[in-house]
Design a protein around this ligand. Structure first.
Ligand SMILES: C[S@@+](CC[C@H](N)C(=O)[O-])C[C@H]1O[C@@H](n2cnc3c(N)ncnc32)[C@H](O)[C@@H]1O
Length: 262
């Protein structure tokens, strides 16, 4: 097991050695990415994907998680992958190229489903990293909110949603928003995660038939934004739409100084 030797090492070299080991393992076993082992470990621990399932893989490039999903669903299942970048074909998987936050891409995913209900959504989505952790983390949280809000209506009761998140501001609010849609929400950090301190996975199981009472019709994005606003992190009035259009949603997190920015 590649993780074994490095497991107790917490320093950077230990983590790099461990990651190299998973990379070697990926090469030896035919998976396209080291990340494939993260989904395999999530699957071993929680058994999220079953035979015959219909699975959506969000942020699927280059296709490592899709390979794992196809194996797990078997011949009677179906896997749809979506990413900004195209993937080389994987037998048993339909790829959609586009931005998951874009209505056109969302429609192409609905079309690919051909009326089927999603039982599982797996998301390893990660923005292009700028190196400024707070900004990357904020953009990642926004993307994850979009994944919840897009996928939830396409899922059936009892469904499962697994997503990568970066630890930081808004995560507790995201977990609490996820709890309005799923009965159980757990954090899990697979051994194969290189950045175990910043990256973790939310495993949300047993999709509720309807969002919990008390949340009204608020989306996950709105619930998270409301909580951030309550904590003093606000969307500057009149700016959020422009920034969203410019694809710089992470800049929305501006600490309120006067308390009356909205
Ligand atoms: C860590 S990679 C996924 C690796 C994949 N799980 C695998 O094993 O092959 C994260 C992916 O998220 C994709 N991504 C980022 N923002 C996206 C968006 N708005 N819509 C769709 N995909 C996005 C990136 O293009 C990138 O390929």
């Amino acid at each position: 097991m590649p993780g074994g030797a490095g497991r107790t090492m917490s320093n950077r070299r230990g983590s790099t050695n461990r990651s190299d080991a998973w990379q070697r393992e990926a090469r030896n076993t035919g998976y396209r990415t080291r990340s494939a082992f993260k989904l395999k470990q999530i699957q071993e621990r929680f058994g999220v994907i079953r035979r015959g399932d219909t699975v959506l893989d969000v942020g699927c490039h280059p296709g490592g998680w899709s390979q794992v999903a196809v194996e797990e669903v078997g011949e009677d299942g179906a896997v749809i992958g979506v990413d900004l970048k195209g993937c080389a074909p994987v037998d048993g998987c339909t790829f959609v190229v586009g931005d998951i936050t874009d209505e056109g891409t969302q429609q192409r995913i609905r079309d690919a489903l051909e009326g089927d209900i999603l039982r599982v959504v797996v998301s390893d989505i990660s923005p292009g990293l700028t190196g400024q952790y707070e900004m990357d983390q904020a953009i990642s949280t926004d993307l994850v909110c979009s994944v919840f809000d897009f996928a939830y209506p396409l899922m059936g009761s009892g469904g499962v949603l697994v997503t990568k998140v970066f630890q930081g501001r808004g995560i507790e609010a995201l977990i609490s928003a996820a709890n309005t849609r799923f009965s159980t929400v757990q954090r899990f950090s697979p051994d194969a995660s290189r950045n175990s301190s910043s990256e973790t996975y939310l495993v949300c199981r047993n999709r509720k038939e309807k969002p919990s009472k008390g949340t009204g019709t608020m989306s996950v994005q709105e619930l998270v934004n409301r909580s951030l606003a309550d904590d003093g992190f606000v969307i500057p009035a009149g700016e959020s739409d422009e920034r969203r259009e410019a694809g710089r949603v992470g800049f929305r997190l501006v600490k309120s100084t006067s308390g009356d920015d909205e």
